[in-house]
Design a protein. Structure first.
Length: 56
């Protein structure tokens, strides 16, 4: 939901987000353009959540 990368226990790894093909798990999005919509929308979600972090 927030596109945060999970560790093996299923907990979010702080400050690490994934988008596009790296954020879809094992799913395959076939067809024409479906992967682009996924990349755009997950990139926006991941970027918004990453920007909310306090700079290191």
């Amino acid at each position: 939901r927030e596109m945060q990368v999970l560790d093996e226990a299923g907990s979010g790894i702080p400050r690490l987000y994934a988008a596009g093909v790296n954020g879809e798990g094992a799913a395959f999005l076939g067809g024409h353009g479906h992967h682009l919509a996924w990349a755009f929308s997950t990139g926006q979600i991941a970027g918004t959540n990453a920007a909310r972090n306090t700079p290191v």
